[in-house]
Design a protein around this ligand. Sequence first.
Ligand SMILES: [Zn+2]
Length: 141
Amino acid sequence: MIVYELACAHEHRFEGWFASAEDYTRQHADTLIRCPVCDDSAIERRPSANVQIGRAAVPAAERADTAVAGGEAEVLKLLRRMIAQTDNVGAAFPEEARKIHYEEAPQRAIRGQATRDEAEALRDEGIDFLSLPSALVRDLQ
Ligand SMILES: [Zn+2]
């Protein structure tokens, strides 16, 4: 699993999760990668890209080794297990994320859905979250 830092033509920055570098190249060529904020398909990779597996950030130079060492299937399995441990709050995600951010609710990992406008509002408030490909969470709903 590789996480690239991406940006659209409108400078919305987001992270893209890919099975491999080739997967990114293919999806990019097919314009399957869309900005979660404005749905733009003119996506560029940013040079400061890190690989993140769990909470550990790995410098970009070590990216290839990391993907090979863990085995993509293993990393994917681990990632799905981590996602499964988050609290599924569904459509209440923006509200819950805000409560946690402003310490009105206990700190915990949550997942759920947000509309493009809601996601943009959260980012404007400085609330950190990741947009995940639906393939990763499909079986966990
Ligand atoms: Zn955008």
